[in-house]
Design a protein around this ligand. Structure first.
Ligand SMILES: *Cc1c(COP(=O)(O)O)cnc(C)c1O
Length: 382
């Protein structure tokens, strides 16, 4: 019996090597562990193309902890954050800014649309108190890939600072700091880098971090303090998630061995293509058009059947060894399938077969069109 495959955007399926890396105990004061932390941070900055300009500040906790740290440290108490919202994670960033007492404005568009760079420019010009702009690179609630580079240019021209939540994109989709101006990029261990959950990090421009002293609303999320302490001692300020860091270090070794970002993106792109061909072959429909879809997670309209219930669908697919993800849209009934994790087209094809069998069992499989058999059209997926 194989463990279920997680078709979810983190936690996700990790390799045996990544899991095995957690079988040792590490002392948080031990120089070997400090060296491991430093090496992980160096590699993360290199992936961002930011060695000359930024540093990596790791934090204990899931990705949201790092989003809150970035907003709370970089946006000064008298500053104001404009958040570009087209999904749940944009809304969350705005909520964080409000919760910690920062002024916040929201430019919201529907879930399947982009923000207009010209409109961002107009809003920045109209409100000189906006100091920072927050944007989500891949909005995981739908899988849309937002045009961060175009937004970054507009923000830079207006003389404001950019904070990018690149959580579900970093390591697969590029956002090279040498080409795209941003003060902070936020991501975590358990998405495209295929570690286990428990470490998040902010890749922050050195001058922006230096200017952030005293801004933090929180002791535990103080990036300046965490960075200073780590630089002086090599250690984390508070108990580090040692096993998670060890797994992350192993996951980064495997990332490099696979061929780094281009290879990771190629594998996810192939996964996404196989998934789309397979589920579309079953008669399911995608929420996003091709030109907005990132190869990270795909949102699907629920099968068009009056009895449809995500819980029953989930259980039927789960019984066949795959975990789906619920939809997050309020307007339409959807479910999501992740393309990321230590999986390839083989697992994706098996997942399509599992979805087909589940829908047949539940009686929700769309009627095959004339000339099409109920079997999976495998030629679509090669
Ligand atoms: C996963 C994710 C986060 C962080 O979520 P956590 O549950 O705190 O790890 C933030 N933003 C985006 C776009 C994400 O995909």
């Amino acid at each position: 019996m194989r463990e279920p495959i997680l078709l979810t955007p983190g936690p996700l399926t990790t390799s045996l090597a990544t899991k095995a890396a957690m079988l040792s105990d590490w002392g948080s004061w031990d120089s070997a562990f400090s060296a491991m932390t430093a090496s992980v941070c160096r590699q993360l900055v290199a992936i961002a193309g930011a060695q000359a300009t930024h540093v990596c500040v790791p934090l204990q906790g899931s990705g949201t902890f790092a989003v809150e740290a970035a907003v709370g440290n970089l946006v000064p108490r008298g500053g104001k954050l404009l958040v570009l919202v087209n999904g749940v994670y944009g809304k969350r960033m705005a909520r964080i800014a409000g919760a910690i007492g920062r002024q916040v404005a929201v430019y919201e568009v529907v879930d399947d649309a982009w923000h207009e760079p010209a409109e961002v420019a107009a809003r920045l010009e109209a409100d000189p108190t906006i100091s920072h702009v927050g944007v989500i690179q891949c909005e995981t609630s739908t899988g849309i890939l937002n045009p961060v580079a175009a937004i970054a240019n507009v923000v830079a021209i207006a003389g404001r600072r950019l904070i990018v939540d690149a959580m579900s994109a970093f390591g697969a989709l590029t956002l090279d700091a040498r080409a795209v101006p941003y003060d902070a990029l936020i991501a975590s261990s358990n998405k495209c880098l295929e570690g286990v959950p428990g470490v998040s990090f902010v890749i922050v421009r050195q001058e922006a971090l230096a200017a952030a002293d005293g801004n933090s609303h929180s002791l535990a999320l103080d990036l300046v303090d965490q960075h200073d302490y780590m630089r002086r001692t090599g250690q984390w300020r508070f108990t580090p998630p040692t096993h998670v860091v060890a797994a992350f270090a192993s996951a980064l070794d495997q990332y490099r061995d696979e061929g780094g970002q281009p290879a990771r993106l190629a594998r996810y792109t192939a996964n996404c293509a196989a998934l789309c061909a397979g589920l579309e072959g079953l008669g399911l429909r995608r929420f996003l058009p091709d030109d907005l879809q990132a190869p990270i997670i795909v949102t699907w309209h629920a099968p068009d059947h009056p009895d449809y219930d995500f819980g029953r669908f989930y259980d039927a697919v789960r019984a066949r060894g795959f975990l789906l993800y619920p939809g997050k849209l309020t307007r339409v009934e959807t479910f999501r399938v992740g393309c990321i994790g230590a999986i390839d087209q083989g697992e994706i094809r098996q997942a399509v077969t599992a979805v087909q069998a589940a829908l047949m069992e539940l009686g929700w499989l769309p009627q095959p069109e004339a000339g099409r058999t109920a079997d999976i059209p495998l030629h679509h997926m090669e």
